[in-house]
Design a protein around this ligand. Structure first.
Ligand code: NG1
Ligand code: ZN
Length: 534
């Protein structure tokens, strides 16, 4: 049972900022770090309740603001299977964060026990991690105050990437050894296995040229450095932007989000034509690849390209394993996916493609409907899910020929290599590297599968973004009235034109996306649509 008096006393040290209205959004709570003390404390209380509700299973708490500036921070909860917090609890998080004072907080806490039918006899368990931000230690202390006041059995998992924390939560609740991926032992094994298999297929397989990894001066840098030691037989890693803890460096003009949105090289990169490179974001759950072509043009290989590569490869291996009848591959995207990628997936690879609302939880959920569900946001956040039926089919398949046996071993290795709980820059990188090594492809060869339509993303500040209501996986506006018809009329003037407008879930702004057959048309179209929105 919870001691509400103890909770109220602890809460007194973490008073609410009176003027702020907090909201648990797509990425949990995220804002300037100096406004977060009371929020993190209250998230700690909610984590305790959530764990008790889930029969005392471990709940994860991650303190990070991903690709956002260094002075920001954020906090989010991870459910027992390593997934994002269940949606109905997001509203509880918001209400708890906004309780006006200690008394209101305790009152809401007690009400929530009733409303959510929390079994208070269960001992709550929480595991928490944090990124490299200077504000983390103080926020961790606020979290620990809450966990202490709730009598939680807590594990401090220390400095971690977001996907490491997600994976640890799942492992702790399934009795697997959380140290496995924590130490990268398991991951390296699978990677070796896949690469060894590659060597078997092609007798004289060559190691690819080094991969230059921009770690956004964040937690990915020390974590990748650990991993790189173990895999140098198969992959050479060159880390750039590893100035962790140097003031002002985190995510500054570097990292996956910067590279994707500006479509240019990160600060500190001296990429030559033919070099291979990728960028992680500040908490290493996103990754995008890029290179400079022979004409010195910057070429981006984003989440759509990674999804296409992964789907192409897995379809081939499933076929080689003679499991194509039992294991159907599907791809999940959002409206931000480049039209060319959707066309390539549907027409060339002939895989079903679903489009869902922005936000990883929507993609993850939809991907679970496939035997193998490949999901990626264009910004490079994604992974591959193998259903339990698919994993069973792979385990139980009879090996009839050496080629088929090899394909089955590759599939098994893939299920291990991939972090199936959530998008994971390091794990995704190994997936891509394994495929490219297997194929002996450089980045230009991968890029050649299809050509991205020129595209652009704009941000418009409006008086009230909540007036923008969407339907059809956010691809059309229902409100403000008549705006969609006006957008459609503009789009119709451009070849292969597409544009849509939606309110951001993480920023106080409206996003406008446009793509068209040429760069000039795309640039013109987005200006027109931005004008309509303003
Ligand atoms: P919003 O701000 O709702 O567009 C952004 C990203 C999402 C997702 C979330 C969470 C774009 C266009 N949007 O959401 O894909 O990653 O942040 O981090 O990239
Ligand atoms: Zn991130």
């Amino acid at each position: 049972a919870f001691d509400v008096q103890r909770i109220a006393q602890a809460s007194a040290k973490h008073p609410k900022e009176a003027s702020i209205k907090y909201a648990y959004g797509t990425a949990g709570f995220r804002m300037k770090a100096d406004l977060l003390d009371c929020v993190v404390f209250r998230v700690g209380l909610l984590a305790a309740l959530r764990s008790a509700k889930m029969d005392g299973q471990y709940i994860g708490v991650m303190i990070t603001a991903s690709h956002n500036p260094e002075e920001d921070n954020g906090v989010k909860l991870v459910d027992p299977r390593g997934e994002m917090l269940q949606q109905s609890w997001e509203a509880y998080a918001t209400s708890l964060a906004n309780a006006a004072d200690d008394a209101a907080l305790v009152k809401y806490f007690e009400d929530l026990i009733q409303v959510a039918k929390v079994d208070v006899s269960k001992k709550p368990k929480v595991v928490y991690g944090f990124d490299t931000r200077p504000s983390c230690p103080a926020l961790v202390a606020a979290l620990e105050d809450a966990l202490g006041a709730c009598g939680v059995e807590a594990i401090n998992f220390g400095l971690k990437t977001t996907p490491q924390l997600h994976y640890a939560v799942r492992c702790l609740n399934t009795q697997n050894d959380p140290m496995a991926r924590y130490d990268y032992g398991k991951l390296i094994l699978a990677c070796d296995e896949l690469c060894m298999l590659t060597i078997v297929v092609k007798a004289n397989i060559k190691k690819l040229s080094p991969i230059h990894v921009d770690c956004a001066n964040g937690v990915g840098a020390p974590k990748l450095r650990e991993l790189a030691k173990y895999i140098d037989d198969v992959l050479d890693v060159k880390i750039v932007n590893d100035a962790v803890g140097v003031k002002g460096k985190l995510n500054f003009e570097c990292g996956a989000d910067y590279v994707k949105t500006t479509q240019s090289l990160p600060l500190g990169s001296t990429l030559q034509p033919g070099n291979r490179a990728c960028s992680y974001d500040g908490d290493a759950d996103r990754i995008v690849y890029y290179y400079v072509d022979d004409e010195s043009n910057f070429r981006l290989l984003d989440g759509d390209k990674i999804a296409s590569l992964a789907a192409m490869f897995i379809i081939d291996v499933v076929k080689a394993a003679e499991l194509a009848d039992q294991i159907k591959v599907g791809v999940v995207q959002t409206a931000y996916a480049n039209g060319s990628s959707t066309h390539y997936l549907e027409k060339t690879l002939k895989v079903p493609v679903s489009c869902v609302s922005t936000g990883v939880k929507h993609l993850h959920h939809e991907a679970e409907r496939y035997d193998v569900g490949v999901y990626f946001e264009a910004n490079g956040h994604g992974t591959v899910l193998f259903s339990s039926a698919a994993q069973q089919a792979i385990r139980n398949a009879e090996e009839r020929t050496p080629a088929q046996a090899e394909a089955l071993a590759q599939l098994k290795a893939l299920t291990e290599l991939i972090n199936q709980t959530v998008g994971d820059a390091m794990s995704d990188m190994l997936l891509v590297e394994a495929i490219l090594a297997h194929k002996q492809w450089d980045l230009a060869k991968w890029d050649a599968a299809y050509t991205d339509l020129p595209n652009k993303l704009a941000k418009v500040i409006v008086p009230n973004r909540n007036k923008f209501k969407t339907t059809n996986a956010e691809r059309q506006l229902t409100e403000p009235k008549d705006l969609q018809a006006a957008i459609d009329a503009e789009v119709a003037k451009y070849s292969s034109g597409r544009s849509f407008v939606r309110a951001s879930g993480t920023e106080d702004a409206v996003r406008v996306y446009a793509e068209a057959a040429s760069r000039a048309e795309c640039d013109e179209l987005i200006v027109k649509v931005v004008e309509l929105v303003q």
